[in-house]
Design a protein around this ligand. Structure first.
Ligand SMILES: Cc1ncc(COP(=O)(O)O)c(C=O)c1O
Length: 389
């Protein structure tokens, strides 16, 4: 019998979305539409209550994962990009505002901030990282903060291009005395790297259901741990307080207009339980082991350049590289066409990192990204075939 395309593909594009999903995710989504696929938070009959309970339980699972106790402050959005837009549009802006970002940001942060810059003439400053060692120059950062004190910090927890785990504790500590607002993009880290909002002073934590949380597309959000309160961004029906012309003041309703993607929430609910059962540390351990194997294999291939810090512990399973004179897109095509290996090539929706890495002129990088469902044999297969080139 013919194997499906998915079965024939060795998948190394988990940073774009983790694939496959745990079996329980498919099952939960199927069950939702078959057994109780009705709207939530609008009616009080039993089926509707079941759908509402599912959403509430999913907020609880997310809260538990990051040691957060205000479940109503977990706001669902259709994607991490929309969550980031919702936060950025909800903040106060004027020309006196200074924002700090890192060289590693995704365009989900860069583009809305550049839009705000154009509109309000704010100052956007990049935190100083060494492009060879990836070390943060903390003394320079302190001086930068003294000169232009930060109002807002936006940073990725994990770079989607290099897999680098940013020293967020150090940065947050450094910014502490300025009373700045911190927005942390955990699209590539939540569910993979332990995070505790009891320990970390983060105001807004953004998550993406379909990446390291192993859930489906269509569900993401942010955790609002801030005292400031955002302006609402998307306005409409919430299923509650229906005679009010304006958005309810209560969380999460104020920030969740429109019907929810409950099917996707059902999938996320299942993936969160799956992560809890396997354990974040075990997922991380497996990925780290595969990352070591991948990096070790790549080091043995003549002509490979890798863009990462030496210390593998500062890494997740995302490895960006280039090979000899191959253009990234050409190498990606050869890997796919000749060997059935799926990777992402190019600039990976991150405008600044390629100036930092020096990969702009050569069309970006080839990004190999691992997930829990990769096996050692997949990495062996990838390395063996790269050696043939
Ligand atoms: C670090 C990071 N932030 C934000 C996003 C945006 O996620 P989405 O496209 O699901 O909105 C991505 C997606 O690649 C990402 O890697």
């Amino acid at each position: 019998m013919d194997r499906t395309l998915a079965e024939r593909t060795k998948y190394f594009d988990n940073a774009a979305t983790t694939f496959p999903k745990p079996e329980v995710v498919y099952k939960a989504m199927d069950e939702f539409y078959r057994n109780y696929g009705v709207n939530a938070g609008r009616s009080s009959y039993k089926l509707a209550r079941k759908a509402t309970d599912l959403i509430d339980e999913t907020r609880e699972l997310l809260a538990e994962m990051v040691s957060f106790n205000k479940t109503e402050r977990i706001i669902f959005t259709p994607s991490a990009t929309i969550a980031m837009n919702q936060i950025i549009s909800g903040l106060e802006w004027d020309e006196d505002k200074t924002v700090y970002i890192t060289p590693f940001e995704h365009n989900a942060i860069i583009r809305p901030l550049r839009y705000i810059e154009k509109k309000y003439n704010i100052k956007i400053k990049t935190m100083p990282f060494n492009s060879l060692t990836f070390e943060l120059d903390i003394d320079r950062l302190k001086k930068d903060f003294e000169k232009d004190s930060p109002n807002y910090l936006f940073m990725s927890h994990v770079s989607n291009v290099t897999g680098f785990i940013l020293p967020i504790d150090e940065i947050i500590t450094c910014a502490d005395k300025y009373n700045s607002v911190t927005v942390l993009d955990c699209a590539q880290s939540m569910g993979l790297i332990p995070i505790s909002l009891q320990k970390l002073k983060v105001d807004y934590l953004v998550f993406a259901g379909h990446k390291t949380l192993y859930g489906p597309f269509g569900i993401a959000g942010y955790i609002d741990n801030s005292k400031i309160g955002l302006k609402e961004f998307i306005i409409g029906g919430t299923g509650s307080d229906s005679l009010n012309y304006f958005m309810p003041e209560s969380y999460p309703s104020k920030y969740e207009a429109a019907s929810q993607n409950i099917c996707a929430i059902a999938g996320l609910n299942a993936s969160l339980k799956w992560i809890k059962e396997i354990g974040i540390d075990n997922i991380r351990d497996k990925e780290l082991k595969l990352t070591k194997q991948l990096v070790g294999g790549l080091e043995d291939i003549y002509g490979v350049a890798m863009y990462m810090p030496k210390d593998i512990i500062k890494h997740v399973g995302i490895v960006s590289c280039n090979l000899d004179d191959y253009k990234p897109e050409d190498l990606g095509m050869i890997l796919d066409e000749d060997y059935g290996i799926a990777v992402r090539t190019g600039y990976h929706c991150a405008a600044d990192i390629h100036s930092f890495l020096g990969t702009k002129h050569r069309g970006g990088t080839v990004r190999l990204s691992l997930g829990y469902f990769n096996e050692e044999s997949d990495v062996d297969y990838l390395i063996e075939n790269l050696k043939q080139l």
